[in-house]
Ligand binder design. Structure first.
Ligand SMILES: [Zn+2]
Length: 143
């Protein structure tokens, strides 16, 4: 049996959501990027397509110029590949979001917290880009 959340991979350049072929807050240009908020260590230019809140997209366009962006409202459900995704308020900066993802009966939330504030979770790959996965992935239905 695969480890819970094994469909999400932590890489030096960001978090890769394999069944959606999407990257969260990638530091390198990617075909599909989901951006949690407008701070420069999360929102970068050059992506093929960006999914973010309208405020985050506006911040990115101010900084990097026009984006191939799709605005998503808080709590708006969206299906991308095999993942249902929804952005919820993060209370960090204007437009900031936590990303709630569900896939094959598991739910993972990517939030934004300094890693120093997190309890140690030895089984959890943690992005070096300060995004974290919390809470631990949960099953939303039995296998
Ligand atoms: Zn930030």
């Amino acid at each position: 049996m695969a480890r819970l959340g094994s469909w999400i991979e932590s890489h030096p350049e960001g978090i890769y959501v394999r069944p959606a072929d999407a990257w969260i807050d990638p530091s390198q240009p990617k075909a599909r990027a989901w951006v949690t908020h407008g701070h420069g260590d999360h929102a970068r230019g050059g992506h093929g397509a960006v999914l973010a809140t309208s405020a985050t997209l506006a911040i990115m366009e101010t900084r990097y110029g026009p984006q191939s962006g799709q605005a998503i409202a808080y709590d708006e459900p969206l299906q991308v590949g095999e993942v249902s995704v929804r952005f919820v308020p993060a209370g960090h900066v204007l437009g900031s979001a936590q990303i709630v993802m569900e896939h094959k009966g598991e739910r993972v939330v990517v939030c934004h917290l300094p890693t120093a504030l997190l309890p140690s979770q030895p089984n959890w790959p943690m992005s070096k880009s300060f995004s974290c996965w919390t809470p631990a992935p949960v099953r939303t239905r039995p296998r």
